[in-house]
Design a protein around this ligand. Sequence first.
Ligand SMILES: NC(=O)c1ccc[n+]([C@@H]2O[C@H](COP(=O)([O-])OP(=O)(O)OC[C@H]3O[C@@H](n4cnc5c(N)ncnc54)[C@H](OP(=O)(O)O)[C@@H]3O)[C@@H](O)[C@H]2O)c1
Length: 341
Amino acid sequence: MKAVGRSLPLPITDPDSLQDLELPKPVPQERDLLVQVKAVSVNPVDTKIRRSQLTDQEESTPRVLGWDVAGVVKSVGAQVSLFQSGDEVYYSGSLIRSGGNCEYHLVDERLVAKKPASLTMEQAAALPLTAVTAYEALFDRMGISQQGESAEKSILIIGGAGGVGSLAIQLAKIAKLHVIATASRPESQAWCRKMGADDVIDHTQSMPPQLQKLHRPMVEYIFNTSHIDHYWKIMGEIIMPQGRICGIVESSGSVDLNVLKSKSATFVWEFMFTRSMYQTEDMIEQHHLLTRIAEWVDSQQIQSTLAKTLSPINSANLRQAHATLESGRMVGKLVLAGWDS
Ligand SMILES: NC(=O)c1ccc[n+]([C@@H]2O[C@H](COP(=O)([O-])OP(=O)(O)OC[C@H]3O[C@@H](n4cnc5c(N)ncnc54)[C@H](OP(=O)(O)O)[C@@H]3O)[C@@H](O)[C@H]2O)c1
């Protein structure tokens, strides 16, 4: 089968940074689905892993990247109970297994859901990784109520037009929060409004005066999809007493937790691969939450965040996609679809 992988940690301008491969078709075991991959999306995690040092195993075998897939189940392992051959599915998968940039991919059924029926494969592939991240951040980590008990409270979403921010805005609106998103350019600001943000402020300008203008000088929740240390001090100033802050990007240095003490504010991490990486007992929650996301999509409460599609899935198009992501200026999601015959 066709696949795309990396053999060496190279800059994306190097034509060998991602390579077309021919690999054996894998065989599903236990709770695995064998999925025929129709479309994939690209995330910053792909670019980070592409640039990372090789592990011992990767010295001899190229690593296939890709953690956003939409496709069709072709066969199932003996212990599979949630899916059958022919099901159209979408998922992110596991960082400790081979990624989805390949024609046939193995994934544990507990990380998978039926794809939203109203979306194309391309539109569906744009969603899973960012949807899992935003869902877990808002509902599992910060404890925001889906039933409206957090209604009218304010959330600041730093980096609102990125892949994760685009889903976070929409999920926060489902929870009836007042959403203030940050974006620095006219097109990213317009995208945040399209996703449903009530207000948009500019993260390249001082945030407290912009929040004061909105008559919301402090917010109950902050979801920071950008660098923690860069915004640490300011988050301490604008978080409401007893408020909650969630981060998803590791700090490049240490941060001072004391900043949050007088306000009894909480800081919590979200890492969307925690459940699959540690095989937690509640790993199946990702099946449930992606199913819920699909229901919200099909009832038009969530829109796809697909912004651009490249075709086919090959190393040249994936290099172009990585380069776009590495610019740090992505708005919505970039998807690759189809394979050359
Ligand atoms: N922990 C996890 O589970 C997890 C999951 C997914 C992603 N992540 C990480 O989260 C980060 C965001 O992911 P993503 O998929 O949303 O990325 P993305 O789509 O590439 O984000 C692009 C957006 O980032 C915004 N941005 C750039 N610099 C910024 C800054 N200094 N402050 C605020 N916003 C800024 C840009 O907005 P403007 O153009 O308007 O400036 C742009 O719209 C990445 O580092 C990724 O690795 C972590």
